[in-house]
Design a protein around this ligand. Structure first.
Ligand SMILES: *Cc1c(COP(=O)(O)O)cnc(C)c1O
Length: 390
């Protein structure tokens, strides 16, 4: 058995990041400034030249996108129950109502076939989440949106770098928010990026910094003016240069990180494909998967105690795992406010009961990967289902 605990998703920070942070600290400019701008430019290039805005979180990006599209009180936004709370919380925070539709059974992404039935006269937008890094079916989603006059905001917290039908997520027509939280595919500790068209990003840049008419960092630089105007009330969501110093280095390593993620995914598939006790993640031919999460589904009929027991046994064997996500309608606030009942989103609920995320990150060594595989196989052998009464 593995001797030391394998953390689920530790950050992978190298000497490059440390040196760049030190340079930023010594530079005399630690708030939003040249490093933030450079990181935005580099990130925008990755998204085929779209405008990018560095923020202190992906949550901020989702909030600014909703505000930028004018979504507010009385509006409805269609989204998925299989996401982190940030997605729906921001819909609530602008005064709109999140309308959940159930997910596709294989990818666990929002099911485009169910969207039409959820549209009302109040619907303003659709917010797909590229769950685990597998892009949602953007063609039908965009098609429904354009037919019905709706906007689309993409929650791409998991989807760096992913492609849908050859196009990079973030390079499409919709405002798209990325996360650099500590566990995400690249990290700045906390941080995010909003990518979109020039107008939306220009407006979001103003809103993200108090509604000030010019960038604050110009204010204190030579040639900057002390004058500023508040054109509307804003927030304080800007990324700063210490974060961006980490992000610039992480972005340079993205391709290398992804190669490692893919190699680990191949190892998991090779080792676990024939195990009936676990269903491995879906991967459609027309997408490039960001492999943020490796979500397996524990098959109760083959595994005694199901997912919960399985997870506990892996923890005992020093393998860190997690569950993504508790469906939104099962959280007390949403359950109480919208009177959701058990069975409202049966596919989300059935899969939630089975879901477990195995460790998948570029810090893992080959031995770590073997340890996970060995532990999973051992647990599958040990947890035989109770024999059914004849
Ligand atoms: C992590 C995450 C977010 C929020 O990202 P932050 O940068 O922490 O705000 C949003 N949506 C999903 C699906 C996430 O996993």
């Amino acid at each position: 058995m593995r001797q030391s605990y394998l953390p689920f998703s530790p950050p992978l920070i190298g000497e490059e990041e440390i040196a760049e942070v030190v340079d930023a600290l010594r530079s005399g400019w630690i708030s939003s400034g040249p490093r933030t701008r450079q990181f935005e430019i580099d990130f925008g290039q990755l998204c085929e030249g779209r405008q990018a805005l560095g923020l202190n979180s992906c949550t901020a990006g989702l909030h600014l996108a909703l505000l930028g599209l004018g979504v507010g009180a009385g509006d409805e936004v269609i989204t998925t129950p299989i996401t982190f709370a940030a997605t729906v919380n921001m819909i609530e925070m602008v005064g709109a109502r999140p309308v959940l539709v159930d997910v596709e059974p294989d990818t666990l992404n929002i099911d485009p076939r169910r969207i039409e039935g959820a549209i009302t006269s109040k619907t303003r937008a659709i917010m797909p989440v590229h769950f685990a890094g597998h892009p949602a079916e953007m063609d039908p989603i965009n098609e429904i949106a354009s037919e019905r006059g709706l906007r689309v905001i993409e929650d791409a917290a998991h989807a760096l770098p992913a492609k849908y039908k050859g196009r990079t997520i973030g390079a499409g027509p919709n405002p798209t928010a990325f996360s650099f939280y500590a566990t995400k595919n690249i990290t700045t500790g906390e941080g995010g990026m909003l990518v979109g068209d020039d107008q939306l990003v220009t407006e979001a840049r103003i809103t993200c910094l108090h509604g000030m008419s010019r960038e604050a960092w110009n204010r204190y630089g030579k040639g900057g003016s002390w004058r500023y105007d508040i054109v509307r009330p804003g927030l304080k969501y800007n990324m700063f240069d210490i974060q961006a110093a980490i992000g610039m280095c992480q972005l340079k390593k993205l391709a290398q990180f992804q190669e490692r993620r893919q190699a680990i995914v191949r190892a998991y598939f090779d080792a676990l494909s024939d195990e009936p006790g676990v269903k491995l993640p879906a991967h459609r031919d027309h997408v490039e998967h960001a492999w943020h999460l490796f979500v397996i589904r524990v098959q109760e009929e083959f595994v005694g105690g199901g997912r919960d027991q399985f997870l506990e046994e892996l923890t005992k064997r020093n393998i860190g795992t997690s569950v993504h996500f508790i469906p939104i309608h099962m959280h007390s606030y949403y359950q109480n406010k919208y009177r959701y009942r058990h069975g409202d989103f049966p596919i989300a609920e059935q899969n939630f009961a089975q879901m477990l995320s195995l460790p998948l990150n570029p810090a893992m060594t080959d031995t770590d990967v073997e340890d996970v595989v060995d532990a999973v196989k051992q647990v599958l052998r040990n947890l035989k289902p109770a024999r059914r009464a004849a």
